[in-house]
Design a protein around this ligand. Structure first.
Ligand code: GDP
Ligand code: MN
Length: 403
């Protein structure tokens, strides 16, 4: 589960990580009141679950009330890489002497948390790695030993940060590590970690990903889920209990069993197409769940074709066919469907589909044939969103989808 910047900063503050003073605001009026309270100059910051807000125009300095109102008006409702701004954060403006980078992530290979520090903050970590790979200091922490003062000193020396801030930066890393462990986080990123003109060290940005599977241990943070900021299809799927991950192609995918869906994505890619999603309908899916899942897949406007890849074990292919027939009865479906049914009751399933004679539904025998057909019928995928920043250092492609 990802937190908005201001929620991440509130979490930081609870663990003693210094942050500038600020207030969240959901409307222009609230932003102006917050700015008056915090005191000018302030920075008005768009709260969306994606980085690169600064470059996208989602972060603006306001020297007085009139400017605060103007910026709040401009930022609220704006689109940042596909995310609409519903929430603002009004923060006391900081003067910047140095911008560093700090993060605590999981290194799955090493099975240990890894703390990173760089003197080149303010840009994406991938960019730092490209410009100067030696500019990022990394250190693994044995979870049984925890983060020790010497870890902080080692990172500080290796990253080459200014000598006078080695101690406070070390303290901040120690507290970030405590927050990482204490909150069951998957990622904490501070970019930039700021040194002000007065040589104060504060977290100017906060990117926090919590382990969705550990939320039962943190009922108060579980409430922070940003349903408004979540991707609409992912939210819809979560509310319906489906395991769904949105991707950026145009071929909608439904399968049963995570392994089968993963290989379906691969086969679609092999056939020259781009999947629009991962959707595991699960074992033993009933007709109603299938029709629910179709609705989620089609709610993504990029989808121009759908591939059903079902291997019937516990799942019965006739139930899946009935689900599809129900979906066609209740939804206005205009995109082609390609269906491959194999296993338990597959003949019955295919017979049901043939009898229903659904418009634009094509049955194929094998997975590869089905994928090729789906790619062909779905047509060209739209170009990739080129200026959308990629996943950051801590993004975890093989993490379990949240429950
Ligand atoms: P991001 O673009 O989404 O990563 O948002 P950040 O919170 O990291 O802000 C981006 C950049 O805006 C920072 O690297 C700073 O250079 C600048 N910025 C943010 N807040 C302030 C501030 O209070 N004062 C000044 N001078 N610059 C700021
Ligand atoms: Mn940032």
């Amino acid at each position: 589960m990802d937190l908005l910047e201001y929620q991440g900063k509130q979490l930081f503050a609870r663990h003693g990580v210094p942050i500038p003073e600020g207030r969240p605001a959901a409307t222009i009026e609230e932003a102006v009141i917050a700015a008056d309270e915090v005191g000018y100059p302030v920075v008005i910051k768009a709260q969306v679950l994606i980085g690169g807000r600064g470059k996208a125009g989602g972060i603006k300095l306001a020297n007085d009330r009139e400017e605060a109102e103007r910026h709040a008006k401009a930022i609220i409702g704006m689109d940042i890489h596909g995310f609409t701004v519903h929430q603002l954060y009004v923060e006391k403006a900081s003067d910047i002497a140095e911008e560093y980078y700090a993060a605590v992530v999981f290194d799955r290979g090493a099975k240990q948390p890894m703390v990173m520090l760089s003197r080149m903050g303010g840009m994406e970590v991938e960019e730092i790695a490209e410009k100067d790979p030696t500019a990022i200091a990394r250190l693994h922490v044995d979870p049984l030993v925890g983060f020790q003062a010497f870890h902080g000193r080692r990172l500080a020396f290796e990253s080459g940060i200014a000598e006078d801030v080695i101690r406070p930066v070390g303290t901040m890393l120690e507290r970030l590590y405590e927050a990482f462990v204490g909150e069951d986080a998957m990622l904490l990123e501070v970019n930039p970690l700021l040194v002000t003109g007065d040589r104060e060290v504060v977290a100017l940005d906060a990117k926090v990903t919590l382990d969705g599977n550990a939320l039962y241990r943190h009922p108060e943070t579980a409430e922070l889920r940003n349903t408004g900021a979540e991707d609409p299809q992912e939210r819809m799927a979560r509310e319906r209990g489906l395991t769904y991950v949105k991707l950026d192609g145009n071929v909608g995918i439904l399968g049963n069993g995570a392994g089968l869906v993963m290989s379906t994505l691969d086969v679609v890619a092999q056939a020259g197409g781009r999947p629009a999603n991962f959707l595991d309908a699960g074992g033993g899916s009933k007709a109603e769940e299938i029709s629910n899942a179709v609705e989620v897949i089609l709610a993504n406007p990029k989808v121009t074709g759908v591939l059903f890849n079902i291997f019937g074990g516990i799942t019965r292919c006739d139930e899946v066919a009935n689900g599809l027939i129900t979906a066609f009865g209740s939804l206005d479906i205009s995109v082609p469907f390609v269906v491959r049914l194999d296993g338990t009751n597959d003949e019955e399933g295919r017979r049901l589909l043939a009898d229903a004679d659904l418009p634009n539904v094509h049955v194929e025998k094998t997975m590869l044939e089905a994928a090729s057909r789906a790619v062909e019928l779905a047509g060209e995928a739209p170009p990739e969103d080129a200026d959308r920043p990629g996943p950051s250092a801590g993004a975890d492609p093989d993490a379990d989808p949240e429950q």
